[in-house]
Design a protein. Sequence first.
Length: 519
Amino acid sequence: MEERKIILTFARKSIIVINEMKRKALFLILCICFCAVAVAQGVQKSELQQRAEEEDAKGNVATARYTYIRAFEDYVNRGQAAQGVQCGTKAVALYYKENYYKEAFELLRRVDQSVDNNLPAATQRALHYMTSKERMQMYMKLRKPSNVQEQLNIMEGHVNAAGVDSLKNDLLYNKAIYYYTFGQTEKGNVVFKEMADKLTADKDYDRVEEVFKTLIANGRKSNSASLVAQSYSNYIAWKDSVEALKTAAQIEALQQQIEEGKAIIADKDSSLSSRRLVIIGLCILAAILAGALVLGAIVLLRFIMTTRKQKNTIKQLNENNALKAKFIKNISSQLTPSLQKLDGKIPEVKALRDFSDHVQTLAELDSDLDSVRQKEEIQVQPFCETLMDEIRNKVRDGVELLVKAPKLTATVDKEYVTHILRHLLSNAAIYTPEGGHITLDFKKRSARTQQFLVWNTGSTIPEENREDVFKPFLEVKNLSEGDGLGLPICKTMAQKMDGDLTIDPTFAKGTRFVLDLHI
């Protein structure tokens, strides 16, 4: 009897040790595979591609784009079509990121032409799928649903011919984004469910979760509330179903272990004592199963509570920000009557008044970011000429003033645009040396994008300071030399117009500010 107990105990411990060794061996094999893939990918990348990726990671869009194009051309010359298409499409993405659609479409045509006809047909179709995908994404950004649908049809043809499962999943993902973006929620749900079910059936849970998070992030970037809401709702539902699947798998595994234990015990001992051991073992396994179920319920409950806590935190932060803006605005308003009583001819008093006005303006902008601004139609050339005339008596001797504005109309928020351009031109008048140039330019980049550009010759703003000039209260300043709030106010106004104000990093003959506006 004692020998039988020893045998049963040894058998159970052996099974546990073997399972543990299997898990460790599998983990080691996976680590080796991942390392090998990472090394292989690193070797395959050319020096140009690595430099382009480094510049892209730093946010140097123009430099990264130029280097990606050089890497694309280098790969094509060496007959490495796949790597060339990869670099070419990345350069295309950086073009339309800054709304250079014409250049993006031209580069895509070059990338398509570079695909070697001597490659296998399936490989060619897979590479053409990548270029068609970039066209589809550009048309998505341009809000042209018919063109997007056309590219999706082309992509589907490439996928069917290539026969690659990863491309099929990617196509389903892009179809779902298209349907959600253009309000076809039911079709989007069907396509996305097909993709999620396929990956879930393969137990690729991490990939499904990554896709959901990417879809939510895309909705936030495109300001699509419906896409974010639908994606988040589907994500929660899927998460609940996966937890149920995982729990069911755990139950099945535990039940299988119970059956294996019962079989071992039945083979080794059919006596009453062995049956008692079976009952004890079953009770222990049942307790483990109950503990697993309780643990799963606790994890799910913590996830729900964390989500609610995050929502409340975001709400509280928004309310605190609004209260801060209101508090600063009230302080500035209360100081104004006292400042008005002081002698405005004293430079320090005037600087203090201007600072109070700027603080109040910035607070009003921060507390009213969601309001809709009214736009009106202007004649571009007369509008620019009038603004340039305002600084003619403020510039140094020999400074040339140039206006490069076409004779056309544009729809803009005249009040904000006038404020921004007037401030930029006034700054240019201060910092442009004798014999220099100040230029005001207007460009229409696309049907829904236009730019005002102000640049002057002279010293450039150091690269490390270009982002800081748009941040208020970054350092203590002598108010008589300026309060540093002019550009932050202009930046906030640009963002309220659904645009942006930036410094052109490629301009090296002085400083060029770019005001992007979207109709």
